[in-house]
Ligand binder design. Structure first.
Ligand code: NOJ
Ligand code: CA
Length: 554
């Protein structure tokens, strides 16, 4: 297979996110690596994805799972070499799969040569100007410049011992860069070229909304005032207007390639009208919307999310993005069994209280969660736009709640003294086979412990088995090809259908029916192409509860 020559491949791509440390371990040290991914290219090709997005594989102290990058233009020696990377890209391209890499521009790791230089340099130096250093408050300058809280707990300001503090919106090992500094900007343009020159087809941009900062106000607003200000032009660091200048510069570089390289921004901005600004063709091209992964399991909520995002993407000249799972949220097969949170609440995607209880309170029904996750996947794969899948969802993996505290890696867990459990449960290495010390992940134990029940989810156990989650994804991704030529969607409002059923048709005459209720619903005439419930649509044409089916109509 070769790569298609469609310049717009990304508009409707099925993109598979790989968290490299937990995908496949080729050399048996317990950590997934690039050669491990290369060894699984056939699996990815058979799955039928159009692209893979590689979460960071760069040199890193792993304070935040690799999102603390010490060198943006190299490979972590534990994961491989640049030559391994080139081989991986060649193997993926040879299988017709494109490659997207993660760019982490808001911060570096604290081991980055720039940060070490900044710490060794005096206040006011050029080296400190690449980051965000401010003087401490109080007579002894030992008080942080503001009371802002960091994403993983604690204050955002870290003292360096000479009266100055540096800003870290995330872990203390992730100092924020100063994007008003020309050298910082030029260095990231160089990084984009570095990877594009190596054959990378696109980019995912971490924390895209936070790069531009204005911390000149004195005193700085308090955390409570930040809440009132909200994201936008008046916020010191979230979704400021100047951030768009940065991405316009990036676009000029990305457009200098043939085909132009797409980028997708991680944009946690609630106002969808502002979020799509990042998706303009003069900027990144796409912005993640996380609305589906935050939506309650209901026909009404899903319809509202889809309608709004299709409209916004069209207005921006972009295509929509859909996500149910990634490395930051509770896996959909568990999350969708949790009680509704009222919609749009980020905590729903993480549900710390449930994790804190060891997955016990509230008690969930794993079978219901899996049924809903499978139904959600078919729903997503029928939508126009690009679908972002996260490794392991094609196996139906649940969130792992039983990781012992000593084995936890997420900085959230450690910086909050265990009060916030964090994201490790979605990052447990994949089970490839039913045997071996890490179920085929590698030849030794995995860096995060896998529960025994992972065996039942092993890829080898689902391969070729009718009704398995893996075969469902393979079949849906194959069928989905027929939906790509036409990006239109029309809702099917059929008075004969129960209110719990959401239906839409696509340009090729296909219809997608999702039953969010528990009771079966009778489907209208049409040939059933696929159904998320292994029992399928029987002779009575009943779509089971918590299921999706695609129909070829007329
Ligand atoms: C978003 C990434 O998805 C997450 O994993 C990371 O911790 C933060 N950005 C900080 O880089
Ligand atoms: Ca390894």
């Amino acid at each position: 297979m070769t790569l298609s020559d469609d310049k717009n491949w990304w508009r409707t791509a099925a993109v598979y996110q790989i968290y490299p440390r937990s995908f496949a371990d080729a050399n048996g040290d317990g950590i997934g690596d690039l050669n491990g991914i290369t060894s699984r290219v056939d699996y990815l090709a058979q799955l039928g994805v159009d692209a893979v997005w590689l979460s960071p594989f760069y040199p890193s102290a792993l304070a935040d799972g690799g999102y603390d990058v010490d060198d943006h233009r190299d490979v972590d020696p534990r994961l491989g070499t640049l030559a391994d990377f080139d081989r991986l890209v060649a193997a993926l391209h040879g299988a017709g799969i494109r490659v997207i890499v993660d760019i982490v521009p808001n911060h570096t790791g604290s081991g980055h040569k720039w940060f070490r230089e900044a710490l060794a340099s005096p206040r006011g130096s050029a080296a400190r100007d690449r980051y965000v250093f401010l003087d401490g408050l109080g007579d002894d300058a030992d008080q942080p410049p503001s009371d802002w809280g960091a994403a993983f707990g604690g204050n955002v300001w870290e003292p360096v011992g000479d009266g100055q503090f540096y800003l870290h919106l995330f872990a203390r090992e992730q100092p924020d860069l100063n994007w008003a500094n020309r050298e910082v900007r030029d260095d990231f343009l160089k990084t984009l070229r570095f990877w594009a020159d190596r054959g990378v087809d696109g980019f995912r941009v971490d924390v895209a909304m936070a790069l531009a900062k204005d911390l000149t106000a004195r005193p700085l607003p308090s955390a409570a005032e930040l809440e009132r200000i909200g994201p936008g032009p008046d916020h010191p660091y979230t979704d400021r207007d100047e951030v768009h200048e940065i991405f316009r510069e990036w676009r000029a570089v990305l457009d200098s390639y043939d085909p132009p390289r797409p980028a997708v921004g991680e944009v946690w901005v609630d106002d969808p009208a502002r979020r799509v600004l990042y998706a303009l063709s003069s900027e990144l091209g796409q912005a993640f919307n996380f609305d589906l992964l935050r939506a309650d399991w209901s026909a009404e909520a899903f319809r509202a999310v889809v309608a709004r995002n299709l409209q916004l993407a069209a207005a921006a000249g972009s295509s929509s993005t859909w996500v149910f799972s990634n490395h930051d949220v509770v896996r959909a097969a568990s999350r969708l069994a949790l009680p509704a949170a009222g919609g749009g609440d980020a905590s729903y995607a993480r549900d710390d209280a449930w994790l804190q209880s060891g997955g016990l309170t509230p008690a969930i029904d794993p079978a219901e969660g899996l049924a809903r996750a499978r139904a959600a996947a078919l729903f997503m794969l029928a939508l126009p736009g690009s679908a972002y899948l996260y490794q392991g969802e094609e196996l139906g993996l649940p969130e792992v709640v039983e990781i012992p505290p000593a084995a936890r890696q997420d900085p959230t867990f450690h910086r909050t003294g265990g009060a916030t459990i964090g994201r490790d449960g979605a990052r447990v290495p994949l089970p490839w086979s039913e045997e071996g010390p890490s179920f085929g992940f590698g030849s030794g134990p995995a860096h995060l412990p896998q529960p025994d029940y992972f065996q039942t989810y092993a890829a080898s156990r689902q391969d070729g088995v009718a009704g398995s989650t893996l075969e469902l994804y393979r079949a849906a991704l194959r069928l989905r090809e027929a939906l790509r030529a036409d990006e239109s969607l029309a809702w099917v409002d059929d008075a004969d259908l129960p209110g719990d059923v959401l239906a839409f048709s696509r340009g090729n005459g296909w219809r997608c029916y999702s039953n969010f209720g528990a009771a079966p619903a009778v489907l209208p005439p049409g040939r059933v192409l696929i159904c998320s419930d292994p029992a399928g649509v029987g002779a009575k044409r009943e779509l089971p509860g918590n299921a999706t089916a695609w129909l070829a109509c007329g």
